[in-house]
Design a protein around this ligand. Structure first.
Ligand code: C5P
Length: 209
């Protein structure tokens, strides 16, 4: 096989990011967390003091995104993720970012891309598609523990409300809503730790190749 593309989609805090990174290492592929591209647009607008609903400014920011310079640390803030899910509803932004994501996927030796619309829109011809989920309660608990272990202080109920709000926004937008592709393999990690989820993903991928 000359080039391999693995598409991984799923809601916030489903574990798809960790899974995507480990799968890229396992299969010797490049990895792109497409959420970072939406975060980079949001961050640029926030830094410039620009509104999040101006399609022209947002498109310019999206065209300026450099995939080689995405800084996970600088884009990790909760407020940036919230802003990202707002600018992600604009078709102009999506068109500009999807173009870059497709170019990334096409370059050898292939790639694992994770996001919300990889299997449905960005790479509909991916060799394997996984849709990674977990119950909102489990995802909120993971996120909550992450925040606590980082020294932060937050209510579990607030985190859960947040996870549910983000789900609604991502699943109900008109352009490229979050949903499993018809040919995606579903992987529910509610009762799995990372290692178990990784082994399950490898089994699904190896069976599909
Ligand atoms: O995955 P992450 O939390 O970094 O994504 C931030 C936001 O970017 C998501 O809530 C979603 O609205 C948007 N996004 C998207 N399409 C993708 C990846 C992320 O719309 N492929």
């Amino acid at each position: 096989r000359e080039s391999l593309i693995i598409a991984i989609d799923g809601p916030a805090a489903s574990g798809k990011g960790t899974l995507a990174r480990r799968l890229a290492a396992r299969y010797g592929l490049n990895h792109l967390d497409t959420g970072l591209t939406y975060r980079a647009v949001a961050r640029a607008l926030l830094d410039a003091g620009l509104p999040l609903d101006n399609a022209q400014e947002a498109e310019a920011a999206a065209r300026a995104v450099d995939l080689g310079a995405l800084d996970r640390q600088a884009l990790a803030a909760h407020a940036v993720g919230e802003a990202a899910s707002k600018i992600a509803v604009m078709p102009e932004v999506r068109r500009a970012l999807v173009e870059k994501q497709r170019a990334f996927a096409a370059s050898p030796p292939g790639a694992v891309l994770d996001g919300r619309d990889i299997g449905t829109v960005v790479c509909p011809n991916a060799d394997v598609k996984l849709y990674v989920t977990a119950s909102p309660q489990v995802r909120a608990e993971r996120r909550w523990k992450e925040i606590l272990s980082g020294g932060g202080e937050v209510d579990y109920a607030a985190v859960l409300a947040d996870v549910e709000r983000r789900d609604v926004r991502d699943m109900s937008r008109a352009d490229s809503p979050l949903r499993p592709a018809d040919d995606a393999h579903l992987l529910d990690t509610s009762e799995m730790d990372i290692e178990t989820a990784f082994q399950a993903a490898v089994a699904l991928i190896d069976a599909a190749l």
